[in-house]
Write a protein that binds this ligand. Structure first.
Ligand SMILES: *Cc1c(COP(=O)(O)O)cnc(C)c1O
Length: 393
């Protein structure tokens, strides 16, 4: 059976070039970058080059790039590190209701430790309102953390405007750009972004390696204490192969980026139009245009999303019902509830996310199979039967 992977927002396969770039750092270049002999210094140089390469793609400088174990650690560090070092200045943090759990759960943890957090509402498309942000600012506000683009519904936040407001008020602005990398052009200087999280495995790189960019001059407390690695700010022997893989993945994802985004957007539009045309009682979640090139999120009335995923899986199609982290729990997605979906509609939603390896033929296959699966589920649904009966009377 043909297997179709439409869950690129959850993770991506590594590219061969990425693996090839990493291989020597598992074998001959095995030295500890902190050692002084040559086989170790090769690695130190390789890490410095990687830092340079990664910085280039987000408009940062090499010495503003800090390696972490991934997006989750970068988010944790940004928020806890700024909260701790600024506690004499204030204890208030502003974020949004639709952040990734790496941000939300970190904020909830800080709330238990004496910090105050404002979770901004989002509109029906999943975007925060700039006036709400301005109104939320207090003399005690030390950090604004708002994601660049949402992982479930693909909505791109008004990052430049947020950056402007943060700058005017001299508040540090952190953005989780894990999903945005490779899909939108990011320039931390132009967009007034003080801190940014990214991870390799969402852009065809290895799992377990990411970056926190921290603008020069910003003070941040360490999250991981230990050796003097990462200029004394993040202890632990460097994940050398991972770092090399991340740099390679950044390079490859940014090659021909405009063309790739255009191609993936065309597949996205084909998928959205096809689904909405062939399946009644279906609605697109997220913003129609200010959305990631690869994201499709649709609610189907009278359908249970998890069962839909299982039936899709039986047909060889891998999709998701929201963020991978919430799958397995019965609570509907906090993102879908925040954009105003009632519980039953949130439960009937699926996310299909594309990658540069996705094809028109795959989209056609999904468009061919999905309507029959949804129909089969509705035919078994007592709610749908009720609905049809009411319409008849
Ligand atoms: C995947 C993801 C993360 C977590 O990154 P990991 O490297 O898997 O820890 C954080 N934020 C967003 C928006 C994500 O999509």
């Amino acid at each position: 059976m043909e297997r179709i992977y439409f869950d690129y927002a959850a993770t991506t396969p590594m590219k061969k070039e990425v693996i090839d770039a990493m291989m020597p750092y598992f074998t001959e270049n095995f030295g500890n970058p902190s050692s002084i002999y040559q086989i170790a210094q090769i690695n130190k140089k390789a890490i410095d080059d990687a830092r340079e390469e990664i910085a280039k793609y987000i408009g940062a400088k090499a010495n503003e790039i800090y390696f972490t174990s991934g997006g989750t650690e970068a988010d944790n560090w940004a928020i806890k590190g700024i909260a701790e070092i600024n506690k004499h200045k204030g204890n208030h943090i502003i974020t949004s209701k639709i952040e990734h759990h790496a941000v939300l759960h970190t904020c909830e943890y800080l709330e238990k430790n004496g910090y105050e957090v404002t979770y901004l509402d989002v509109d029906e498309y999943g975007s925060i309102n700039i006036d709400d942000l301005k109104n939320a600012i207090k003399p005690t506000t030390i950090l604004i953390s708002i994601m660049y683009a949402n992982n479930e519904i693909g909505t791109i936040m008004p990052v430049e405007e947020i950056g402007k407001v943060a700058k005017e008020h001299k508040i540090i602005f952190h953005t989780d750009a894990v999903q945005a990398i490779g899909q939108v052009k990011i320039d931390v200087a132009e967009q007034n972004i003080d801190m940014l999280s990214l991870t390799a495995h969402k852009i065809n790189g290895p799992k377990g390696i990411g970056v926190l960019y921290v603008r020069r001059g910003i003070r941040i407390a360490p999250l991981i204490h230990g050796g003097a690695q990462e200029r004394g700010r993040r202890g632990g022997t460097e994940n050398v192969a991972g770092i090399i893989g991340l740099a390679k993945a950044m390079e490859l994802t940014h090659a021909n980026i405009d063309k790739k985004v255009e191609y993936i957007t065309s597949l996205r539009e084909m998928l959205i139009e096809g689904i909405l045309k062939s399946i009644p009682h279906a609605k697109l979640n997220g913003h129609p245009t200010k959305r990631l090139a690869n994201n499709v999120n649709i609610s189907f009335e009278f359908v249970e999303g998890e069962s839909l995923l299982l039936l899709l899986d039986m047909q060889g199609i891998a999709a998701s019902s929201g963020s991978a982290c919430t799958s397995g729990s019965l609570d509907p997605s906090h993102v879908l509830l925040s954009i105003g979906l009632p519980h039953e509609k949130a439960h009937g939603s699926i996310r299909l996310t594309l990658g540069e390896a996705s094809t028109k033929k795959e989209v056609e296959t999904v468009l061919e199979k999905l309507p029959a699966i949804v129909k089969r589920m509705r035919d078994m649904s007592p709610l749908y039967e009720d609905y049809l009966n009411k319409r008849r009377h």
